[in-house]
Every structure is written in structure tokens, then in C-alpha cells.
Ligand binder design. Structure first.
Ligand code: GDP
Ligand code: IMO
Ligand code: MG
Length: 423
């Protein structure tokens, strides 16, 4: 068997959590391969709403295993809060959630460093989620990180050395902090991790594949936030692209099966950085309001704009997407016309390949399509789709050269339409 990968093609918050939950009954294992509690994956079903940060979105359906892979960075304090809240609502994870021993730990000082670095950047700040993601991955790459497996051997010495090293940096940045309560809370939380299976996940996952089990890898963030191919430096610190599933789980490239690329019918971005199709007018406000575009982790207002096919094609190319999933179709219900950016005009020239530099020089070139002007939220079958909506789907499929297999028409699990028609 192969691992199917589901990942975001834009700047995150495409609706990955919702769709992973919908697809979970088809899989034996759901696993996260990168990112950490910077993610906020929202699931709605049976009138309940859950936001997952580090825990895979496969935990609610069936008895499948859920694995936090080696490519993830984990904050024990936030993880404990997340797992305890789920347990309190009747979802005990101790038998179905496993964590790679190679997963790196976010220390309390990583969070402080994240804040200190952002403060020192002034107006150039990235607008991070403040969860310590960058400093933790920095320590991983510079071979100074602490892994979950370290909990089992000589942990106290390694922890003290890391904290001491971080304090030197924090002091050099003149950052004020009170570490004692943070360390106390962190050390309590780290003990809690031992309630879960701490595993050699690369062996476990490859053995599952050998046994014919079906594995779904759940991405966090989105391709345009990838450390290599995103809008650097306004990116996160991991490989959010499909290749990240190989390094973040320990699976070979030839073990990747379907690649589900997920995008909104428009575009959003939270935090700083370029966004060529961003709208600063009433249309942008309507999308924000109708889409309830506020960060599920930070509550920050998301910037909104029309769909950007230049960026989307780039993401599809980098990820090798085989099936597309379009989210939040209902958010565009009200519009007379809908715009899609098909090229960028840079210094008078039209460009269709996503360029190295994204700055204020870019003017999006739009095509305008008729809106569908009807309520999509109750639709459960593609035969109910209005003509204009089908025309929008066909236009996108022609431009993107990948079939759109799932359409989401609302936040609830049930508001999901699978398209069976042959492309
Ligand atoms: P993720 O990080 O990719 O999992 O996405 P988020 O959960 O951060 O953001 C997606 C938001 O859109 C959540 O609040 C979802 O409940 C909501 N959502 C998902 N699909 C749809 C949809 O088709 N229509 C509407 N209106 N909301 C949706
Ligand atoms: P999900 O998985 C949207 C953004 C931050 C910031 C940049 C770097 O819910 O789609 P970081 O804290 O990672 O160092 O921040 O990346 N960012 C996200 N934006 N959705 C996310 O996750 C994000 N995770 C990080 O806003 O611009
Ligand atoms: Mg999110």
C-alpha cells in the first residue's frame, strides 16, 4: 500500500481538518508529518466544534491509529491541554494516539525566543503564531534539539543545557521574561506524554503499509508557507509540501499514493507577507464576514482575496497533486460575479509562472465569471449544483489540469459533496 497525502495549497486554513475527518473512515491510520501547534484544524459534526492543533484529525471516526510523526514539533503544555479537553468531552486518546520518539519538543524558551525574535524585527515581523515553531526547528537543524525519545535517557541534563543556551540569547535580545512558572508547567506536562505510545513511527508506518493498511498523511499550514517554496521569509519553518511527508514520516517517495490538494474557492492569508490578490475593499470584507475568516489559533483576522491560479498551479506542480478539493464554495454564494487571477502583470509583462520575487509591483490579471447567487449550504449531491457553479468548477479544472473530486459547501462534516462524474 501507499500513503495518501492531504495538504493545503494556499497559505493555510484551507479546511484540511474538516476533510481529513470526512476521509478518515477510508483509512486505518491518520498521521501528521510536520508543523506543530501553529496549526488550528477545525472540525464540526453533530452540533459540536473542535479545534485540533497537534493531534491528527482522524481521532473522531472509527478505531484507527493516529500518529504524530517525527517531522512534527510538539509543545507538551499545549498537547496536554488539547488531549485533556478531548478526554473531558469523551474522546480518550491514550489507546489510539502514538507519538514518534523522533518528534522534537518545543521548550518554554522556544516560545520566548519566538516572541523575542519577532519583537526585534520591528515592522519586518513575520507575524508568527508565537508558538515557538521557528526556534524549535532551528534547534533541530543546528543539532541542538530535544526529542521525545530523550525523555527516556538523561533528560534533565539535556533540558538544563538547552534552557541555559536559550537564556543567553534571550538576555542578548534584552527580552524580559519569567521562566520559572513556565518550566514548572512544562515539566509537569512532559510527564503526561508518557501516557501515550512513544514509538519508532517510521518502522510502524512502513510495517502498516506492508500489511496492506491504508495510511493518510495530514498536512499542516499550506504550500505557500513552505520553508523552501513559500513566500520566504514570510513562511513557517517546515516543509509543508508533499515531499515533507517523506521526511516527516520516514516513507520513501515511491510510497506516496494519491495527493489531495485542498484550496478555498477564494484565498486567505494570516500574518504578514505578500498576497497578490488581496482585496482591501468591501468585497474583501464580505468574504471575511461570510467565511468567518478569523484564525482558529490566534483569532487574528485573515486577509482575504480572489483565488490566485498562478500560485495554485505552482503549488500543484510542487506537490504533484492528483486530486483537488475545493472548500468554502458557499462563501461566494452572494456574488454577482467571481474573479480568478490567471496571470500577474509585472513591469508591463504578463507572467504565469510564480515568480521569485513577490512585491507591490505585481498586478493580478483577472477573468470574471458569473456567480451562482444561490444557497449552496444544503446541497448534498453534484446534480443539485447550479449551472454557474459547474462552470466555475470546469474553468478551474481546465486551468489547473487536475480534477476537483470533493466540494465543501459548509463547515459541517455532512456539508461535503463527493463528485463521481468522470472528468
Ligand atoms: P485548516 O487549518 O486547513 O484545517 O482550516 P481551519 O480550520 O483553520 O479553517 C477553515 C475554517 O473554515 C474552519 O472554521 C472550518 O470550520 C470552516 N470551513 C471548512 N469548510 C467550510 C466550508 O465549505 N464552508 C464554510 N462556510 N466554512 C468551512
Ligand atoms: P493551519 O495548519 C495559517 C503562518 C503564521 C505566520 C507564518 C509563520 O491551521 O493551516 P509560525 O508560527 O509557523 O512560525 O508562523 O505562518 N501560519 C499559518 N497560517 N494556517 C496555519 O496553520 C498556519 N501556521 C502558521 O500566521 O504568517
Ligand atoms: Mg487552520
Amino acid at each position: 500500500m501507499k500513503v495518501d497525502v492531504l495538504l493545503g495549497l494556499q497559505w493555510g486554513d484551507e479546511g484540511k481538518g474538516k476533510v481529513v475527518d470526512v476521509l478518515t473512515p477510508n483509512y486505518d491510520v491518520v498521521t501528521r508529518f510536520q508543523g506543530g501547534p501553529n496549526a488550528g484544524h477545525t472540525l464540526e459534526f453533530n452540533g459540536e466544534k473542535y479545534v485540533l492543533r497537534s493531534i491528527p484529525s482522524g481521532i473522531f471516526q472509527g478505531n484507527n491509529a493516529n500518529i504524530i510523526g517525527n517531522g512534527v514539533v510538539l509543545d507538551p503544555v499545549l498537547f496536554k491541554a488539547e488531549a485533556e479537553a478531548l478526554a473531558a468531552s469523551g474522546h480518550d486518546l491514550t489507546k489510539k494516539l502514538f507519538i514518534s520518539k523522533k518528534t522534537h519538543l518545543i521548550l518554554p524558551t522556544h516560545r520566548l525566543l519566538d516572541a523575542a525574535y519577532e519583537a526585534s524585527k520591528g515592522s519586518d515581523k513575520v507575524g508568527t503564531t508565537g508558538k515557538g515553531i521557528g526556534p524549535t526547528y532551528t534547534d533541530k537543524v543546528s543539532r541542538n534539539g530535544l526529542r521525545i525519545g530523550d525523555l527516556l535517557h538523561n533528560f534533565d541534563t539535556k533540558f538544563a543545557a538547552a534552557i541555559a543556551r536559550h537564556e543567553v540569547i534571550l538576555k542578548s535580545l534584552n527580552y524580559q521574561y519569567d521562566l520559572k512558572p513556565l518550566v514548572k508547567e512544562w515539566l509537569e506536562a512532559v510527564e503526561y506524554l508518557k501516557n501515550f505510545g512513544l514509538i519508532d513511527s517510521e518502522h510502524v508506518i512502513n510495517n502498516y503499509l506492508k500489511e496492506g493498511k491504508k495510511v493518510l498523511a495530514e498536512g499542516a499550514q499550506g504550500t505557500m508557507l513552505d520553508i523552501d517554496f513559500g513566500s520566504y521569509p514570510f513562511v513557517t519553518s517546515s516543509n509543508t509540501i508533499c515531499a515533507g511527508a517523506c521526511t516527516g514520516l520516514g516513507i520513501a517517495p515511491n510510497k506516496i499514493g494519491e495527493v489531495y490538494g485542498i484550496f478555498k474557492a477564494y484565498c486567505t492569508r494570516v500574518g504578514a507577507g505578500p498576497f497578490p490578490t488581496e482585496l482591501f475593499d468591501e468585497t474583501g470584507e464580505i468574504i471575511c464576514k461570510n467565511g468567518n475568516e478569523y484564525g482558529s489559533v490566534t483569532g487574528r483576522k485573515r486577509r482575504c482575496g480572489w483565488i490566485d491560479l498562478v500560485a495554485l498551479k505552482y503549488a500543484i506542480m510542487i506537490d504533484g497533486v492528483t486530486k483537488l478539493i475545493m472548500m468554502k464554495s458557499d462563501v461566494l454564494d452572494a456574488f454577482e460575479t467571481i474573479k480568478a487571477c490567471i496571470a500577474y502583470k509585472i513591469d508591463g509583462e504578463e507572467v504565469t509562472e510564480f515568480p521569485y520575487e513577490i512585491n507591490d509591483n505585481i498586478e493580478p490579471v483577472y477573468v470574471e465569471l458569473p456567480g451562482w447567487k444561490c444557497d449552496m449550504t444544503k446541497m448534498s449531491d453534484e446534480d443539485e449544483f447550479p449551472e454557474e457553479f459547474n462552470a466555475y468548477l470546469s474553468f478551474l479544472e481546465e486551468e489547473l489540469e487536475v480534477p476537483i473530486k470533493i466540494v465543501s459547501v459548509g463547515p459541517d462534516r455532512e456539508q461535503t459533496v463527493i463528485r463521481y462524474r468522470e472528468e
